[in-house]
Design a protein around this ligand. Structure first.
Ligand code: COA
Length: 159
């Protein structure tokens, strides 16, 4: 029997979620990123605001009732579909809880939500060197031959 379960995040989860999100050995640290508390607060609020199509699900240890992982996901329009696409934005499992199927179950939760929201596609990206995540992704997804780019912050548009 599974030692954890997955459910949508609740407002009372905020402190524990923040610990996994921006605490020591948390998700932002994994990405060597610092976000202002204001941004993290805005993100958390949006999970519960029906004006936004952005959600979060959490994994809970049955033994401790503590949060041990989370995923965030959002829907957006696509020129390639009359329905929406679902983008899995973030996925994180606490270091000492990994390799027990938590990551896979969080992804499966998103897959189910995508069915409910009639999303035509569920997709996500990862860093080329994140081999650990890719072992899981190769089991639950297919590799698409895209390379991701972002605007160069120093790029100047010529007048
Ligand atoms: C990526 C991450 C979410 C995976 O979570 P997890 O709970 O360990 O994932 P799971 O246990 O569900 O799945 C891991 C799978 O990879 C396999 N795996 C992982 N490392 C492996 C290794 N070194 N050798 C063989 N198989 C390995 C496991 O056997 C498992 O497969 P299974 O479901 O068939 O048993 C977790 O490692 C994490 O949070 N990493 C840091 C943040 C991160 O990289 N997030 C993703 C950003 S895109």
């Amino acid at each position: 029997m599974s030692e954890f379960y997955i459910r949508p995040i609740e407002e009372t989860d905020k402190d524990e979620w923040l610990e996994l999100w921006s605490g020591k050995h948390g998700y932002l640290e994994f990405y060597k990123t610092i976000l202002s508390p204001k941004t993290s607060d805005a993100t958390f609020k949006r999970f519960f605001d029906s004006d936004y199509t952005m959600w979060c699900a959490v994994a809970i240890s049955k033994q401790t009732q503590k949060l041990i992982g989370f995923t965030t996901y959002l829907t957006h329009l696509s020129t390639w579909s009359e329905n929406n696409y679902m983008y899995l934005n973030d996925l994180f499992v606490k270091e000492d809880c990994r390799l027990k199927g938590v990551g896979r179950k969080l992804i499966e939760f998103v897959y189910r939500q995508a069915e409910l929201k009639k999303s035509e596609k569920v997709y996500w990206c990862t860093q080329t060197f994140n081999h650990r995540a890719q072992i899981l992704y190769n089991k639950v997804g297919i590799y698409e031959n895209f390379v991701q780019y972002a605007k160069d912050p120093d790029y100047k548009i010529e007048e």
